[in-house]
Design a protein around this ligand. Sequence first.
Ligand code: GDP
Ligand code: MG
Length: 218
Amino acid sequence: MSQTAMSETYDFLFKFLVIGNAGTGKSCLLHQFIENKFKDDSNHTIGVEFGSKIINVGGKYVKLQIWDTAGQERFRSVTRSYYRGAAGALLVYDITSRETYNALTNWLTDARMLASQSIVIILCGNKKDLDPDREVTFLEASRFAQENELMFLETSALTGENVEEAFVQCARKILNKIESGELDPERMGSGIQYGDAALRQLRSPRRAQAPSAQDCGC
Ligand code: GDP
Ligand code: MG
């Protein structure tokens, strides 16, 4: 398969969100993941609000469509529509700011209320490179993650450490849930779509017989 064909073919598309207090590094994490470089402050253009990238997870190609709050969180106005139909989320705090860690409970409540019930969330303790200024220990954050059924990593959007891993681990968990039947990609608002590659494999008799919109009479 040619490079171009490869880059346009994927098995699944997952909608992802990046949430957490302003200043924790959400836009930088997205930028680092998409562009493989740190977004420095000299770049005053409005933050990327959206990015997408295809990753390989255990042999499956997954296109991640990632939404950034684009500054809405500064006004505590992250809307219901932002959360709608998301399959996964990075919940970000800053390891040098206890205030951003204390806010996690509120973010979780909103995510669980406003996003899909089965949203898979990975907790990211960002700015790992600023260890001397740390206000939140790895241990307490991992306990919090465990109690709240979240995956957990410390990341650095500056050095790139664990950035790709955070997205990949979250995607892997979603794929596992699809494979185990715990998650149904066809349910409305799942935040998951089949890509061309998966559709080709799915030409099963059951699908062929599914009534078309014209036949159903509704
Ligand atoms: P957002 O408001 O959550 O989108 O945060 P930004 O991505 O705009 O980042 C807020 C500030 O933190 C900026 O000054 C970034 O340069 C800085 N920053 C973001 N990520 C990191 C990181 O991993 N390490 C360090 N040292 N600084 C970071
Ligand atoms: Mg931002």
